[in-house]
Design a protein around this ligand. Structure first.
Ligand code: ZN
Ligand code: MN
Length: 441
């Protein structure tokens, strides 16, 4: 019997706002002294009142719009209760039944919802001791939930990379997996291929699913899903049904282990956050945010191929690397590059193959280099020497003048050479060659 995986993902993205989600503490917590950016609100002290960060709301809406979601006219925050030492209030302020955005897509994957919530603190284990750092507590998180549309590890991999790219284009998060500013939680179950026959894709879905928590690398995500597919398939083949549970990925062993059994919405005792009034968004407000959406990766890639005549490969590399993309765009838009008739493909080639670190490379400087190299390579060297010889022989008077100290005579000779090669040479280089040849005579 053949089984196929049914996979959905939840992705958490830390928003790069100046302050946290419900207080004025800086949201930039990475690498800071533990518990140095906290206040009564993000420490969950009794009586502290949360005030939503409007920028975070705006950015989550921006993300929802970029994903083609509908922005709900009315939205609210809810309390999601659970106990864990990194959650001092005993609940997380999240969104339950009225998220900011619903029903979008990215590629062929449907997006169920995008909502806003607060990040938790972080536990640090040292020997037998466990410490808790609340710097991350209250950092805004956008949570993106897909429909269970993935049927393979590769599809998930492609999607999360695309999503990361999009978030970076929008400028709302570094979405750095290593820094934990983007985390992936895949849900996996297996169904018999035969039960897919129905036209309704969701029919024959298994009645269980296994969620893997907090994965912080693309590679781990691949490995964890692949492991789960195998583990569940083996169970099913033995006639067992995998239990609905939350599992964790053990990076060192490449396996997943059970953490919690069967967890459902009612376990969280969701209820509306009484300290924050519901939000209402006017059409105008949403339309204004919509106008902030920049050209997104797929669109950009097409633009590179159609307008700049780049190859599919070149366009893909540039789109995947913001530094290279900006350098390319800055360089091709320079007047000097256009006047020198240098193609976009040539510039792309330089940016992709000759620039290893784009930080500190100025487009104008790169353009100079490209133009200089093009001039030399455009003119055959032996042909150039032949032309210079001829010009020197044909203009004895100018040669004599130059020998007698008339600098302009040299300029005249260089000009004659450039005319012959239709200006496609490096004037300084030609001038040096003429000087050398004259001195030898
Ligand atoms: Zn705070
Ligand atoms: Mn969440």
């Amino acid at each position: 019997m053949n089984y196929e995986p049914i996979i959905g993902v939840e992705v958490h993205v830390e928003l790069a706002t100046k302050s946290k989600m419900f207080c004025g503490c800086p949201a930039d917590h990475f690498g800071k002294e533990p518990n140095s950016v906290t206040c009564p609100v993000c420490l969950g002290l009794p009586g502290a009142l949360p005030v939503p960060n409007i920028k975070a709301v705006e950015w989550a809406i921006l993300l929802g719009l970029a994903l083609g979601c509908t922005i709900n006219e009315e939205s609210k925050f809810d309390r999601k209760h659970y106990f864990y030492p990194d959650l001092p209030k005993g609940y997380q302020i999240s969104q339950y039944d009225q998220p900011l955005a619903t029903g979008g897509s990215l590629g062929n994957i449907r997006i169920r919802r995008v909502h806003l919530e607060e990040d938790t603190g972080k536990l640090q284990h040292q020997g037998n001791d466990t410490f808790v750092d609340f710097n991350r507590s209250g950092v805004p998180l956008a949570e993106i939930v897909t429909e269970p549309d993935f049927r393979s590890v590769d599809e998930v991999d492609l999607f999360v990379k695309k999503l990361q790219q999009m978030v970076r284009y929008l400028g709302i998060s570094g979405a750095d997996m290593e820094k934990g500013s983007m985390r992936i939680e895949p849900s996996i179950s297996m169904r018999k291929v035969e039960s897919r026959k129905s036209k309704v894709e969701s029919q024959g879905f298994p009645n269980y699913r296994v969620e893997i928590k907090n994965i912080n690398s693309f590679k781990f995500a691949r490995n964890a899903i692949a492991y789960e597919i195998e583990r569940q398939t083996e169970m099913l083949k033995r006639g067992e049904t995998p239990t609905q549970q939350t599992r964790g990925f053990v990076e060192s062993k490449g396996i997943t282990v059970a953490q919690r059994e069967k967890e459902e919405a009612h376990d969280y005792r969701y209820f509306p956050e009484p300290d924050i009034p519901p939000m209402r968004f006017t059409n105008d407000y949403v339309e204004k945010i919509k106008m902030q959406i920049p050209t997104l990766p797929d669109e950009k890639k097409n633009e590179f191929i159609e307008v700049n005549k780049l190859s599919e490969y070149q366009a893909k590399i540039l789109v995947g690397d913001m530094g290279k993309m900006n350098l390319f765009q800055g360089t091709v838009s320079l007047a000097s590059i256009n006047q020198a008739n240098i193609s976009g493909a040539t510039v792309a080639n330089w940016v992709i193959n000759k620039v290893t670190d784009t930080s500190g490379v100025v487009p104008a400087h790169l353009a100079e280099q490209i133009i200089a190299s093009q001039k030399i390579s455009n003119v055959d060297e032996t042909l150039l020497l032949e032309i210079i010889h001829k010009i020197i022989t044909d203009n004895p008077k100018a040669v004599e003048d130059y020998k007698n100290g008339k600098e302009q005579a040299l300029g005249f000779l260089v000009g004659q050479v450039l005319r012959q090669i239709k200006g496609k040479g490096d004037a300084q280089g030609i001038s040096a060659i003429i000087k050398r040849l004259i001195q030898r005579r």
